[in-house]
Design a protein around this ligand. Sequence first.
Ligand SMILES: Nc1ncnc2c1ncn2[C@@H]1O[C@H](COP(=O)(O)OP(=O)(O)O)[C@@H](O)[C@H]1O
Ligand SMILES: [Mg+2]
Length: 268
Amino acid sequence: MSMINIQDVTFSYTGKRLILKDINLTVEQGEWVAILGHNGSGKSTLAKLLVGLLEPKSGTIAIDGVLLTPDTLYEERKKIGIVFQNPDNQFVGVSVRDDIAFGMENLNVPREEMLEKIQFYAEKVGMSDLLEKEPSTLSGGQKQRVAIAGILAMQTKIMIFDEATSMLDPTSRNELMAYISTLHDEGITIIMITHDMEEALYADRLVVLKEGAIFEDDAKATLLRKPERFREARLDLPMALKIQSGLSKTDEKEKRVRDFLWEFVSAK
Ligand SMILES: Nc1ncnc2c1ncn2[C@@H]1O[C@H](COP(=O)(O)OP(=O)(O)O)[C@@H](O)[C@H]1O
Ligand SMILES: [Mg+2]
């Protein structure tokens, strides 16, 4: 059974302009999918539909085999953790501790276990010294860390990260990606929305949105062989592929570097 099944979904905020057009997307359990697209292509809107914050104009969305409806929404939400693009919208508590706890409270995690998890995940994201801080006083990157810790602590079957690492420094981002890789190994389904190609390289599968429609949906290694498709969707190429395109195909040394760079992007 698929973890996510989106069928013929369209969406409009105003009733006029279609923001998402005929979206069909199936994600199996344990996949790591990157959803890519230029600004305004509809990525965040799609994420909000997946967690039932918005309702499709037409079409259906099923999570773990259950159709999202007003009746099932409450239970289905427990299966999906999401870090929103703007973490400010995610904060409700008076302290970092409260905010990491928030999602777990909805899952009725016992108090003792919750305290341990707050500590564990706060350390994972480097926020354990700031647990008593008021969230509004945090920097953008710190807010992102807190929102991420809250989702990790919920240990949901599906985790959606919407541009969730945009304000992190490269080291913290790499550490987080390494941790998400371990969750992926355990069978958690990861949806990573990003316009950062380096981040997308961690995924197995790339879905490219363009003007509200699915423009490409393929295995990473397959799609990376069609760099023109990224340009057509106004996306940057990963650094390694940019370097590769400047190297000779005949010179033996340069060919070896090309092969190495290819290994690097396709294997990550
Ligand atoms: N609350 C809203 N009301 C009306 N239009 C919106 C709203 N949120 C987003 N949009 C529009 O929907 C389109 C897709 O936005 P969004 O899903 O945020 O794209 P992305 O996340 O890919 O940048 C954009 O044209 C945006 O202006
Ligand atoms: Mg967005």
